[in-house]
Design a protein around this ligand. Structure first.
Ligand SMILES: *[C@@H]1O[C@H](CO)[C@@H](O)[C@H](O)[C@H]1NC(C)=O
Ligand SMILES: *[C@@H]1O[C@H](CO)[C@@H](O)[C@H](O)[C@H]1NC(C)=O
Ligand SMILES: *[C@@H]1O[C@H](CO)[C@@H](O)[C@H](O)[C@H]1NC(C)=O
Ligand SMILES: [Zn+2]
Length: 455
């Protein structure tokens, strides 16, 4: 084929159309969903009406799918009768589920339950805080983040209808978190769940009805997890690969079921007890005390060898407000605040592996770039903008010289410029590849503008 100007034009037009289609495809990972929330600056976006946010709204994909889901206001105890996919999945591993009896109640009451706490045969967290499974082949629970001075940042129990103000705050700080979503809440507030994915938060499962799963039958526990995964997939287009047990209630039987569904178990090391205010003599003062304790510990070097995971909630206005109030303190106490998956370099956080999130080193490099002393930034600017110009001038004044070969007989200034241009290329690739991950592990002697950092 001969390339006449008009064929070239056609090829260019086709390429443009394809690029547009691809952009649209990547932007809406969500099938049949309305467009993602407006990307306008969160601080200038008009305030949302909390009343309207909390009114039930008809979202067609959810309305259409109601028959394929359990009742939205109830604990699930079984797979739905006609759900062949769920039945097949359950049947694929149910024979291997360890033979451990259910214990306690759905609401987590374990009074009167007989259990050998000393031997702790089933690694039952509620009884012993055990996080290292006894059953071979089970992954240990995630309770810390491995990076020094890092905080695994996450919120349970969402999405909450009134959460847009809180998510605006996180967005204004460029802060991502791990969101542990309850299936019934996702069905009730689908647009809120979509926003979390659009904003780049990491979504994990927190069961269908917030039931304590150790109390559930094998099939009931499977259904609590499965239908939450399906709800999140339906509404946001992604299938989570992590979960957090409601009230931490997990044992090796439940770990086995979750792991068979591809879910990593994420616990925590520090509890703010924000969820418990007004109960069991927990007060806003004691919750503030819990945040302060963590900040003090960070200040005294308790996380200099490995980071922590903090338990907070998107449960109501209060829990979100206390998180906002304490964010600046946490941001100055920790070098990195980041979703748990990012801290573990989990670059594909969902079953849909086309959707990526950053790894720790990418995140840390970004962080490092912005935390260089401000005096250095103009220097780097000069390098990237002025040197190509200097190189151009150099090659114009000595046309026979390539920019990247050292000039044999040049005025010393131009010769130096030529070397710098070449050096600039080498230096920037070297910085990116080698120095950056290396430096991100060194203590920084200067204050870090954490609000600039995405994580
Ligand atoms: C599930 O059961 C527990 C305990 O009975 C109860 O607290 C909780 O509200 C129930 N959840 C739903 C969605 O019905
Ligand atoms: C939550 O906060 C909003 C805005 O401040 C307020 O309008 C709403 O009534 C609050 N909701 C509750 C349940 O307190
Ligand atoms: C994540 O990646 C960084 C940089 O490559 C590495 O130092 C760190 O050990 C990794 N973390 C985990 C948990 O694999
Ligand atoms: Zn919870």
């Amino acid at each position: 084929m001969r390339f006449t100007p008009s064929t070239l034009l056609l090829v260019a037009a086709a390429a443009t159309v394809r690029a547009q289609v691809q952009t649209e495809e990547t932007q809406s990972a969500i099938e049949g969903a309305p467009p993602a929330p407006s990307p306008a600056d969160p601080l200038t976006r008009p305030p949302l009406d909390p009343e309207a946010e909390c009114k039930p709204y008809g979202f067609q994909p959810v309305a259409n799918a109601i028959p394929s889901f359990p009742k939205i206001a109830a604990n699930v105890t079984a797979i739905l009768p006609n759900d062949a996919a769920a039945k097949a999945k359950f049947a694929s591993f149910s024979a291997q589920i360890p033979n451990i009896a259910p214990r306690g109640t759905f609401s987590g009451d374990i009074t009167g339950v007989q259990y050998d706490r000393a031997a702790d045969p089933d690694c039952w967290w509620t009884s012993t805080q055990c996080v290292k499974p006894k059953l071979a082949g089970l992954k240990p629970d995630i309770v810390i983040v491995p990076e020094p001075r890092a905080l695994g940042y996450g919120f349970d129990d969402g999405p909450f209808c009134g959460h847009n103000r809180f998510y605006n705050y996180l967005e204004s700080k460029n802060q991502k978190a791990t969101m542990f979503y309850i299936g019934t809440n996702v069905m009730n507030f689908p647009l809120e769940a979509q926003r979390a994915v659009a904003d780049g938060h990491e979504i994990c499962v927190h069961t269908w009805s917030h039931a304590s799963l150790v109390a559930a039958t094998n099939e009931g526990a499977f259904a609590e997890l499965w239908y939450t995964m399906q709800a999140i997939k339906l509404v946001t287009g992604v299938t989570p690969t992590c979960w957090r047990p409601p009230k931490g209630d997990v044992d090796d039987r439940i770990r086995f079921i979750a792991q068979s569904l591809g879910l990593d178990t994420i616990m925590w090391g520090f509890d703010t007890f924000d969820w418990e205010v007004g109960m069991n003599s927990v007060t806003p003062q004691s919750v503030q005390g819990n945040y302060d304790t963590l900040v003090t510990k960070a200040g005294s070097g308790a996380f200099n060898s490995q980071g922590a995971i903090l338990l907070m909630h998107e449960l109501n206005n209060y829990t979100m407000q206390v998180a906002i109030d304490n964010y600046p303190k946490l941001a100055s106490a920790f070098d990195h605040i980041l979703p748990v998956g990012v801290a573990y370099n989990k670059t594909t956080p969902y079953a849909e592996t086309t959707i990526k999130q950053q790894s720790f080193s990418e995140c840390a490099c970004f962080f490092l770039a912005f935390s260089l002393p401000s005096a250095l930034l103009p220097f780097f600017h000069c390098l990237s903008h002025l040197l190509p110009l200097a190189g151009l001038l150099c090659s114009l004044s000595a046309p026979s010289l390539s920019l990247y070969s050292s000039p044999p007989a040049m005025p010393p200034v131009l010769s130096a410029a030529g070397w710098l241009v070449r050096g600039h290329d080498l230096l920037s690739s070297w910085l990116l590849i080698t120095l950056c991950p290396l430096l991100s592990h060194l203590p920084r002697p200067y204050p870090v503008p954490s609000s600039i950092c995405r994580y």
